[in-house]
Design a protein around this ligand. Structure first.
Ligand code: FAD
Length: 419
């Protein structure tokens, strides 16, 4: 009897989940599992919680939704606390013919988790499935991918590369094993505060994406995407993409289907273009690996030093710039921030306050409900001039940005009590 444990990582969905489909095809018994590792309770070296309540709430909602989907198909989701290697070792002691299937994540901590499981003598099958484009179909080898995004994009556009069609959810799931040797942990405290806009789970991802296309919002995307406020100025797909409640290929398919009916336009192109940034940062992780996680990044330039007083001013929204303070307040209160505001507050931290970009990235990791290891690391490196930006960094003139994007102070008034 072959037991496969399917370990849900950042792929909390059944639809277009090729790894899960393969597990269903190969298993006699299948146990779907999600693990809350110690990092959920950890404090960073900069002195704040590694995973904020916003992120925990969104993820818990997503897990509950996934559990319901699995139960509908006669299976279930076991959610446990612990380190993955310890969790699987307990199973391996009881089930001799055990294999683990999961999504591949090309980031240092996640790779370390897999190594530790393998050291327990357990075989692990990883599947790459988080990008829109299949890395093996790219017109270049990953280790030779163009560093500059524009070159990367042009090569992809010239090759007319298409994404593979999303896969359907399994019709049937192999039965659960009897007596799994672990206690369930409860998926707790769903009443935490978080952004009013977002609710985790595949069903909410679908509802959100449906309404976005039904209301023809791609048509105005290019004009509105740099705004700061409201639900409609950008797609807001990111929290569901980051947790894998929906796949990037499903979004790409929706863009294509929309274009077939209503015609392609600047907005649909730009939406795809931004999704391509997401892929670009994922693929850079294959090329550069752990170098993306060093203070110097891909350069010889040292990071700014860390000053805890300054850092607390920045993260709690008490800097000299009310505009930046408004952004930091929005982030702390909701777990979300527009792309424009992310760029502005990150630039302010690195270039105006001369702060350590890694501390800034860690604060975003803690707060963002769309936290994604590749996009967060990639964008911070880009802003700080430690990554692949041919301009060597992106300092923003914050006053100028304020005049352009918040000329009448409405955004500041919304988030600052004394504005
Ligand atoms: P839209 O503008 O509607 O774009 C559609 C999709 O394209 C997004 O959902 C996202 O998947 C992708 N996308 C758009 N812009 C980018 C970008 N610059 N880089 C990579 N993908 C992009 N995005 C995350 O998903 N997780 C992060 O942890 C994250 N950290 C960031 C940190 C900094 C300092 C900066 C400047 C940007 C960061 N971003 C991150 C990228 C971007 O800000 C968000 O993806 C975007 O704001 C999400 O809102 P949206 O879904 O409405 O995006």
């Amino acid at each position: 009897m072959k037991l496969i444990i399917y370990w849900f990582r950042n792929d909390l969905r059944l639809e277009d989940n090729p790894a899960f489909l393969q597990a269903c095809a190969d298993a006699d018994h299948l146990l779907p599992i999600a693990i809350k590792t110690a990092s959920y309770q950890a404090t960073t070296k900069w002195g704040f919680e590694r995973v904020s309540s916003h992120r925990q709430k969104f993820e818990n909602e997503s897990l509950l939704d996934l559990k319901t989907d699995l139960q509908r198909l006669g299976s279930d989701l076991l959610v446990v606390n612990g380190e993955p290697s310890n969790v699987f070792a307990k199973f391996a002691a009881v089930f001799k013919d055990l294999e683990v299937y999961c999504q591949q994540i090309e980031a240092p901590e996640e790779k370390e988790e897999i190594l530790k499981i393998k050291k327990e003598g357990i075989s692990v099958h990883e599947f790459w499935q988080s990008s829109m484009l299949d890395p093996s179909s790219l017109p270049f080898a990953l280790d030779a991918m163009p560093d500059v995004f524009t070159h990367f994009r042009k090569e992809i556009e010239a090759s007319k590369l298409r994404f593979a069609s999303p896969r359907r959810m399994p019709g049937k799931i192999p039965p659960l094993p009897t007596n799994p040797p672990l206690e369930k942990c409860t998926i707790n405290d769903l009443s935490l505060r978080a952004s009013q806009f977002f609710k985790g789970g595949s069903q909410y991802a679908k509802l959100h994406v449906d309404q976005y296309f039904e209301r023809s919002l791609p048509d105005t995307y290019k004009q509105t995407r740099n705004q700061l406020e409201g639900m409609d100025f950008s797609s807001k797909f990111s929290p569901w993409l980051a947790t894998g409640c929906i796949s990037a290929r499903s979004i790409a398919q929706r863009i294509n289907a929309y274009e077939e009916v209503y015609g392609a336009n600047e907005g649909t192109y730009w939406l795809w273009f931004e999704m391509l940034w997401r892929d670009y940062f994922e693929f850079l992780a294959f090329k550069y690996g752990t170098r993306l996680f060093h203070g110097n990044g891909l350069t010889q330039k040292k990071s700014n030093s860390f000053d805890s007083v300054q850092f607390d001013q920045w993260r709690t929204g008490q800097t000299k710039s009310p505009f930046v303070n408004a952004g930091m307040t929005e982030l702390a209160e909701t777990g979300f921030l527009s792309n424009r505001m992310r760029q502005i507050v990150a630039s302010y931290w690195v270039y105006d306050m001369h702060g350590d970009w890694q501390a800034g990235a860690a604060w975003f990791e803690s707060q963002l409900i769309d936290y994604d290891v590749y996009s967060n690391q990639g964008n911070w490196l880009y802003i700080a001039g430690k990554g692949t930006d041919p301009r060597g960094g992106r300092p923003f003139n914050v006053l100028k940005q304020q005049e352009m994007y918040d000329p009448n102070g409405r955004y500041r008034a919304r988030w600052l009590k004394n504005a």
